[in-house]
Design a protein around this ligand. Structure first.
Ligand SMILES: NC(=O)c1ccc[n+]([C@@H]2O[C@H](COP(=O)([O-])OP(=O)(O)OC[C@H]3O[C@@H](n4cnc5c(N)ncnc54)[C@H](O)[C@@H]3O)[C@@H](O)[C@H]2O)c1
Length: 309
């Protein structure tokens, strides 16, 4: 961090000996909640960022989210208008994945479904230059399963960010059995250049943080399902007694009920551990489109961007 002072000159050059790669240009696959967060943080630290999604319309929404994030900071006085303009100058949106051909690093943040991620990695492998590192922001899926469709498994790893990244400055880097140590080192240096505390883990479903946070959120839903108490009281209990900044049901609304359901399904499928069995109520709420903050309704109601609730 601290890059704002000398914004244009702060592009990190991290050298990977074997592949002779200096990370300057970062591609972000997926302009949803996490893609916008990651794109913003990379651009803020001086990286040249390109973002894509399924359509120009979704890309535009992601770019608008980043702009509004920056405007909020200008209004708070934490950055100047010039810094906001410099940051936005660093980011381009495109509906075409082929525009990622010259990226040094691609971070994928699309839907948490293994088939979709494998397809994207197969395409990235064909499009990206040979030296490029391909990372996934998966919350729970197996890194080697995602890497396998590529011809560069040694250059594929997990880079798991936590939103909002500026307030939750941890990065879990996950190495598959095929990831090279050299590539992991470049990823660690890159994460540190974003001002993050980096933890390296092995390729285990849900890694460290979500192995604790995931079952806690699911258990919150089960208690609600059993009629033990209201969402407010379940959340308050955890906040007050355990000192957590946010309760499990509010956290679910923040992360997205669909995201947590997909995570629970995939980890349960992989481990058959009952603590990951998706609660029926969670399935029903996702089927109803009550995905949390992003749709205005989850365990709580929220004001949407257009002002409706
Ligand atoms: N939400 C969280 O708090 C959180 C935290 C850490 C990691 N993650 C992980 O990040 C990833 C994205 O989660 P999110 O919350 O940003 O979801 P999201 O639904 O907000 O965004 C996903 C985006 O991916 C796009 N997409 C889907 N398929 C695509 C494809 N084939 N090509 C290009 N774009 C595609 C969608 O259009 C959407 O814009 C998931 O793997 C999730 O597990 C989420």
């Amino acid at each position: 961090m601290g890059c704002w002072l000398n914004f244009k000159n702060c592009v990190m050059e991290i050298t990977l000996k074997t592949f002779n790669i200096g990370i300057k240009k970062v591609g972000i696959m997926g302009c949803g909640f996490m893609g916008s967060e990651i794109g913003y943080v990379c651009a803020k630290e001086g990286y040249n960022v390109i973002m894509t999604d399924l359509s120009q319309e979704i890309v535009d929404k992601g770019m608008a989210r980043i702009k509004s994030n920056l405007e909020h900071r200008v209004n708070k006085g934490s950055i100047s208008k010039n810094q906001m303009i410099a940051c936005l100058d660093q980011i381009n949106g495109t509906p075409l994945i082929k525009d990622f051909y010259d990226c040094d690093l691609v971070i994928e943040a699309i839907v948490e479904k293994i088939e979709a991620k494998r397809e994207v990695f197969a395409s990235l492998d064909k499009i990206c230059k040979r030296e490029a590192i391909l990372a996934t922001n998966t919350s729970s899926l197996s890194i080697i399963d995602i890497a396998a469709p590529t011809k560069r498994m040694e250059q594929v790893l997990g880079m798991h960010f936590f939103p909002p990244i500026e307030l939750m400055p941890l990065l879990e880097i996950s190495k598959s059995i095929a990831t090279s140590g050299e590539v992991a080192k470049v990823a660690v240096d890159f994460g540190e250049s974003l001002g993050l505390k980096v933890i390296v883990t092995n390729d285990y479903p849900a890694f460290i943080v979500n192995n604790i946070a995931g079952p806690m959120m699911l258990q919150g839903v089960r208690l609600l399902e059993k009629g033990l108490s209201s969402p407010e009281e379940i959340d308050q209990s955890i906040r007050i007694a355990l000192g957590h900044p946010i309760g499990p049901l509010s956290l679910l609304d923040y992360v997205g009920l669909d995201v947590v359901l997909n995570m629970a399904k995939s980890v349960y499928e992989e481990t058959k551990d009952m603590i990951w069995a998706p609660p029926l109520l969670l399935r029903k709420m996702v089927a109803a489109g009550w995905l949390g903050r992003k749709t205005g309704k989850g365990f709580y109601n929220y004001k949407r961007e257009n002002g409706s609730t």
